[in-house]
Design a protein around this ligand. Structure first.
Ligand code: ADP
Ligand code: GLC
Length: 491
């Protein structure tokens, strides 16, 4: 038995709405499952910007749900660039607003996030039970992150329900709300227990996903181990541990149609592993664009990401004095916490010929950095999977990463043994001390300067790594089978 009809639920999906890697996954995995001949429907909230991009979306049905006065419309469209059917939950009061899906214009969480995503979960659960008159009953619902965490909890009590899979993309975001929110959401009272969605007298959306799903996974094998420890488990580690073999890790794939230096329309000079020397023209373009001194021999270290504690930006800032003793340039793109934005901007103001920073979100610059930098820095304190290091491998932009989560599963350090076995693909350090980061960057810079042939060889290995979705999608099909078995054999 293997799930044929899959309802895939997420709060973001590329190219329609993206704040991070979750969107890349939700934009690619459903299409990869489709190409493995599964019938997949993707569910997203009908954010204002999504509706604007899609033009006309067809009304399919209407739901009466607790938590909103107006009827909720389900609209149908297609995920652009794919043949995946898209179902949008259209509740104007909750989703028809400008800006970020989770944050208001003041950069704080929208005050009604609990209600917004509870409504989203209710709509998903209603469709999952085929209670909306659509005559389509999924075999399995695949939920992603806390915004969909109540779905398995709402489905759990139903005799004839689909199997449920919950994927943790980041345990640091849990959808925690004060206890009195529970009453306002009109959820089944039975859910309010320590075995349910109550968590130390708070309401936890993510706990709904973890405690009630048939199987749970996270986005790398290493992170699946880490979240079972107090250091990375945020108090959920005992629950996660208790899942035993119902918790696993599947590495994300990447979309090589988007991220391939040989066919990337967003970079000035295409290149591949066999004409690697062409890559330097992208470096020159990047230096010009970022107003850095232009030099094709200068090592350039890139960074792209959300500027949050997770990503180790403070480590980069602390390591800069040691790093700037060498002749290197830094190009950094990101947005996030004000203090970290300021820290990077100050560093640029003090070293304008060495450090270029752009605050904001810029898809095109992200591609130019991947193509133009020589090295890509990801010193994350934790990293469930991480996508940029995988893009970097394909661009021959050698990743410098901390040994954590998906970074540990995707990058192999360069040393004598891994050079001999042609498995070296980047540079890896273990400690969270800034000195460890600085030492490893300097080790990379030294190799770049003194041994160009070896550098090329490592880049060649890196560019031949294959993290395409097909492999990961097959692993998800196996996981779906496990979920269906689990459902069938439940006591
Ligand atoms: P996370 O999901 O924790 O943010 P990932 O590495 O999984 O980290 O994915 C981040 C995704 O978001 C990548 O596709 C990356 O290129 C993109 N990204 C992050 N910040 C920016 C930015 N400022 N501009 C453009 N793309 C960005
Ligand atoms: C999260 C994680 C990141 C992961 C992404 C997609 O946002 O922080 O490591 O790659 O989700 O799964």
């Amino acid at each position: 038995m293997t799930a044929q009809k899959i309802l895939f639920a997420s709060s973001e999906a590329f190219p329609l709405i993206k704040t991070g890697g979750l969107a890349d996954v939700s934009g690619s995995l459903p299409a990869a499952l489709k190409s493995l001949r599964r019938d997949v429907r993707l569910m997203l909230p009908a954010y204002r910007s999504v509706l604007q991009q899609l033009g006309g979306a067809r009304p399919l049905t209407t739901l009466e749900l607790p938590g909103t006065l107006a009827p909720v419309r389900i609209l149908e469209s297609q995920l652009p660039g794919t043949s995946v059917r898209l179902w949008l939950v259209d509740a104007a009061e909750h989703f028809d607003r400008d800006g970020n899906p989770y944050l208001g214009p003041d950069h704080q969480d929208w005050p009604d996030n609990a209600g917004r995503f509870a409504l989203f979960c209710r709509a998903i659960a209603t469709l999952a039970l085929d209670q909306a008159g659509l005559n389509w009953r999924p075999d399995l619902v695949h939920c992603n992150d806390w915004q969909t965490g109540l779905v398995p909890a709402l489905l759990a009590g139903h005799e004839h329900r689909p199997a449920t899979v919950f994927t943790i993309h980041n345990l640091a975001y849990q959808g925690l709300f004060p206890a009195d929110t529970f009453a306002t959401l009109q959820l089944p009272p039975a859910l309010w227990t320590m075995h349910g969605i109550e968590f130390y007298n708070q309401l936890s959306f993510i706990k709904g996903g973890i405690a009630f799903s048939d199987v749970v996974n996270t986005v790398s094998p290493q992170y699946a181990l880490e979240i079972c420890t107090p250091e990375f488990g945020y108090g959920l580690d005992p629950l996660l541990q208790s899942l035993g073999d119902r918790l696993s890790g599947i590495l994300n794939g990447v979309d090589y149609a988007q991220w391939n230096p040989a066919r990337d329309p967003l970079i000035p000079q295409p290149y591949n592993a066999y004409n690697f020397e062409q890559k330097k023209f992208n470096k020159l373009a990047l230096q010009r664009r970022m107003r850095l001194p232009v030099s094709d021999t200068m090592p350039v270290i890139g960074f792209i990401g959300r500027l949050v504690e997770q990503k180790g930006i403070d480590l980069i800032l602390a390591a800069l004095p040691a790093l700037l003793k060498e002749d290197v340039q830094f190009v950094m793109l990101g947005s996030g916490h004000g203090l970290l934005e300021q820290g990077l901007t100050h560093a640029m103001e003090h070293h304008p010929d060495r450090i270029a920073v752009q605050i904001g979100y810029d898809e095109e610059l992200a591609h130019l950095i991947e193509a133009g930098a020589d090295m890509f820095l990801m010193p994350s304190r934790f990293e469930p999977c991480g996508l940029n290091q995988i893009y970097s491998l394909r661009y021959g932009t050698l990743p410098i990463v901390r040994h954590t989560g998906g970074l540990a599963n995707t990058v192999t350090d360069t040393g004598e043994a891994t050079l001999a076995s042609n498995t070296a693909t980047g540079f890896v350090f273990h400690s969270t001390r800034p000195q460890a980061l600085a030492d490893t960057c300097l080790r990379a810079v030294e190799l770049y300067r003194t041994q160009p042939k070896v550098w090329r060889k490592v880049a060649f290995n890196a560019m031949h790594q294959d993290f395409s979705w097909r492999r990961s999608a097959r692993l998800y099909l196996t996981l779906y089978q496990q979920a269906e078995r689990q459902l069938k054999n439940r006591p």
